[in-house]
Design a protein around this ligand. Structure first.
Ligand SMILES: [Zn+2]
Length: 300
């Protein structure tokens, strides 16, 4: 069975090419996956939009209604970083439905990845930082509500701290939130995860991988995890416009292998989401995101 990949063409909301959020990375990632032979018909599943009932498990009902009606107040849109029109609203619903679907496929097959997701700055009350809905928080709460999982671990290695996820799941004892990120990166005011590791600017491959390798066994020991959500943001890369941690492509590949091998060797299902990545060279950026899928396919 090939690696199960969840994708929808409307993950791309069609922003202008010079927008600060590089929306064209979604179709380019699919091209990269096709070129690597990873996107055959047996590999791909298409999500449906997440229904309001799922979204309201993680977010204030009033905010969910605003996004679905495309009536998000301008002040919140400014915090998100773009206006929430019909395409952005649909994209947020699809990306969230995609992470729920990828989680279900991971529970069935051991590993699955969404070609979107990792919108970890969206808090309970509202979106922020290019994140409309917090797909991983929604998916965690859906699995718990359906009794499809009892203990959930979130490993968030995007370069930015997972403040929204911590905000939503802080009181949920069945979900453990771990974030390893750049200390000086957004958000300026972080919301504490269950475990946070803040790294200095310019950390680089060797120190980064050493910290990660040291923490994974500690995370595993905390509970009998039924599933791990892995936010594989590539904004840790040296050429990222926003990140400050200076990883190379080889470092990224080693990171994905370290995380996935660790949990799969223990038989714990892994649901990968792509997280952040910001670069004006969007083809290079898409190739960075593709590394998660290349590595994950070796464990499918
Ligand atoms: Zn990020």
């Amino acid at each position: 069975m090939p690696l199960q990949i969840v994708h929808h063409p409307d993950y791309d909301a069609g922003f202008a090419v010079n927008h600060r959020f590089p929306m064209s990375k979604y179709p380019l990632l699919m091209e990269a996956l096709s070129a690597r032979g990873l996107a055959g018909p047996e590999a791909l599943s298409m999500p449906r939009p997440a229904p309001a009932s799922w979204l309201k498990l993680a977010h204030a009902a009033s905010y969910v209604d605003q996004v679905l009606a495309c009536e998000v107040p301008e002040k919140i849109e400014r915090e998100i970083g773009f206006p929430v029109g019909p395409r952005v609203s649909l994209r947020a619903q699809l990306a969230t439905g995609g992470t729920v679907l990828a989680a279900r496929l991971a529970l069935l097959n051991g590993i699955a990845c969404n070609t979107a997701g990792g919108s970890h700055h969206a808090r309970r009350a509202q979106g922020a930082g290019f994140c409309t809905f917090n797909d991983v928080a929604v998916a965690s709460l859906v699995l718990l509500a359906e009794a499809a999982a009892r203990n959930i671990l979130i490993v968030d290695l995007d370069v930015h701290q997972g403040d929204g996820t911590a905000d939503i799941l802080g009181d949920e004892r069945r979900v453990f939130t771990f974030s390893m990120h750049g200390d000086r990166n957004y958000p300026a005011r972080k919301i504490a995860s269950e475990l946070d590791i803040a790294l200095p600017d310019g950390t680089g491959d060797a120190d980064y991988l050493e910290r990660l390798g040291g923490i994974l066994p500690e995370l595993t020991a905390r509970a009998p995890w039924d599933i791990v959500f892995y936010n594989a943001g590539v904004d840790v890369h040296a050429e990222d416009r926003l990140g400050r941690l200076s990883l190379s492509n080889e470092g990224l590949r080693a990171r994905e292998a370290m995380v996935i091998r660790h949990f799969r060797a223990l038989g714990i299902p892994v649901c990968g989401v792509i997280g952040g990545g910001y670069s004006t060279d969007v083809a290079a950026l898409a190739a960075r995101h593709a590394i998660l899928f290349e590595v994950a396919s070796g464990f499918a």
